[in-house]
Design a protein. Structure first.
Length: 537
């Protein structure tokens, strides 16, 4: 039997369980809600689902602070519900990917509770990074590392007598202590977690913060940051090789790394026949809406993946960044990761127009494409959230200077004229965990379903064409000559994609049939900010 290597060309839909669909009527999305919406996902035409964390968690970082990696948080359901969901998704032809978070756990994890109890010098503390502080009374953190969410990456414990004790390391929130990956027990634990989910039939594992696990054991100051003491360390590769050996004992399973590295050569080192199958390409996400910039990003990405024979991945949005409808409607379209400038004005109509083109572009490129829930509805970032409702630790830890990531995590609108737009079951009086805006009635799945001009219809048509086009599953990709500001490429022999990023209408290549366009064509011309898929003759 040969492997079909589905992950090389899959369209993977990211489900953020808290905000996808609420089946139980408490205002929080859950597994029951996902199960009722599987027909929607199958009809949309994606190949796979990636579930952001659904494990027991105090939710200090929306579930990325995990207390037990082998169970489901009661707010989402039970392990039996997860098994049923995996079975039903497979029945519907959808592969399933779970999120594994190996860099850290929750302070509520039994190992951490035990480590705090057991005190300095204990074996329990060896599973994390506990260190005495600096200064006369140990009142200063052990080194200068900063948390990615703001503030020092260290928090001090309190001794039983009330005095200050050792500090522990957390690259993210204080509720997310980092594991010590130098300890074999940590390695064994995650290998067992991997098997736990692979045994339950998941088709892939998304590895959170995959380049951050290993730390220089001397814990030197970051200083000038060269060499970086915790990013992209060589020891990581041995860990992922052992994960690959485990994964290879199952059929057609994929390891997918969340790897933020600006250096594409370093990035590609993780994509080996004996390491990860794929990793997210975040360059695309940070790229300007500009023909030359996009072309450069596409070329760099393809060039990085070619020598290692790994599929490229294309990501427009996820649960950590400003939604691309809003990014693309701004004068500066690039700052995907910077939530501080979040309040810069955005032209929604323009952003939507560009997002439609970006969908056709990303779905026509070689490799795997990721769709974040709500991309297919053209949801904008919700910018009008009041500070009181914001939950993201990024907002709270920055003292409000960074508005954080709640604006892209607002519960999906399914149907109806007003909140909760069918997010919670009919008759429930629950309020969604983050408030939905008043103007979303035209964006509901129901409102878009039968509208030929909707974003949802565009995605459905594009995904249907992608499934029926063998050219999009082979790796061949060639740029076609065009005028400045226009991107055009050929896939295989006869599939073409043209995107006009210029300010003026552009002629289509001659002798083509238009398969799909992101906006009506005007007299054979492609209007600005429009894309088309073509059959080339
Ligand atoms: O490492 C980074 C920058 O150098 C970060 O961008 C980091 O890779 C990213 O924030 C990791 O995100 C993931 O892990 C976080 C969680 O809050 C995010 O939602 C998740 O996607 C901690 O688990």
């Amino acid at each position: 039997e040969t492997s079909d290597r589905w992950w090389r060309h899959a369209v993977i839909y990211q489900v953020y369980p808290r905000s996808f669909a609420d089946g139980t009527g408490d205002g929080i999305g859950d597994l029951a809600g996902i199960r009722t919406r599987l027909p929607y996902l199958a009809e949309l035409g994606v190949d796979a689902l990636w579930f952001s964390p659904w494990y027991p968690s105090p939710m200090a970082d929306a579930g990325y602070d995990i207390a037990d990696h082998r169970d489901i948080d009661p707010v989402f359901g039970t392990l039996a519900d997860a098994e049923a969901l995996l079975g039903e998704a497979h029945q519907a032809g959808l592969r399933c990917i779970v999120d594994v978070v190996p860099n850290h756990c929750s302070t509520a994890h039994p190992w951490f509770a035990e480590a705090v109890q057991a005190g300095p010098g204990s074996a329990a503390r060896e599973l994390f990074w506990f260190r005495p502080g600096r200064g006369a009374d140990g009142e200063l953190p052990p080194n200068d590392w900063q948390s990615i969410f703001g503030g020092p990456a260290w928090t001090r414990t309190t001794n039983p007598d009330g005095t200050g004790g050792e500090w522990y390391l957390h690259l993210f929130a204080p509720e997310q202590p980092d594991f010590n990956w130098g300890n074999p027990k940590v390695r064994e634990e995650f290998e067992s977690i991997l098997r736990f989910w692979l045994d339950r039939g998941v088709d892939g594992i998304r590895i959170d913060s995959a380049a951050l696990l290993c730390k220089d054991p001397a814990l030197p100051d970051f200083g000038a940051g060269d060499p970086d003491p915790y990013t992209d360390r060589d020891e990581l590769h041995e860990i992922y090789r052992s994960w690959r050996r485990i994964t290879d004992r199952y059929r057609d399973r994929a390891l997918i790394g969340e790897i933020w590295l600006p250096d594409t050569e370093r990035f590609a080192r993780y994509l080996r026949p004996d390491e990860l199958h794929q990793a997210f390409n975040f360059d695309f996400l940070g790229c300007h809406w500009d023909a030359a910039a996009l072309r450069g990003c596409i070329d760099d990405t393809l060039a990085a993946h070619r020598p290692v024979d790994a599929p490229a991945t294309w990501v427009l949005s996820n649960h950590d960044v400003v939604r691309h409808v809003t990014r693309y409607g701004r004068a500066d379209t690039s700052f995907a990761l910077d939530h501080r400038q979040h309040r810069a004005p955005s032209d929604r109509a323009l952003g939507t127009r560009r997002a439609r083109s970006a969908a056709l572009l990303s779905l026509a490129l070689p490799g795997a494409a990721y769709v974040y829930q709500g991309d297919e509805l053209g949801l904008p970032e919700v910018e009008e959230l009041s500070d009181e409702v914001r939950q993201d630790p990024m907002f709270h830890r920055s003292g409000g200077t960074d508005v954080g990531r709640d604006g892209c995590r607002v519960p999906l609108p399914w149907a109806g004229r007003r909140p909760p737009y069918g997010f919670s079951p009919a008759g429930s009086d629950a309020t969604p965990w983050l408030p939905q805006p008043a103007g979303w009635a035209p964006l509901t799945a129901q409102a878009q379903r039968d509208d030929p001009a909707s974003m949802l219809t565009l995605y459905r048509r594009a995904l249907a064409i992608r499934r029926d086009s063998p050219e999009l599953r082979d790796e061949r990709f060639d740029w076609l000559d065009t005028r400045p500001g226009v991107l055009a490429f050929r896939r295989g022999d006869g599939f073409g994609c043209v995107v006009n990023l210029a300010a003026h209408p552009a002629p289509l290549p001659s002798h083509v049939a238009v398969l799909l366009a992101s906006a009506p064509l005007a007299g054979g011309l492609l209007p600005p900010d429009t894309a088309a898929w073509l059959r080339l003759r």
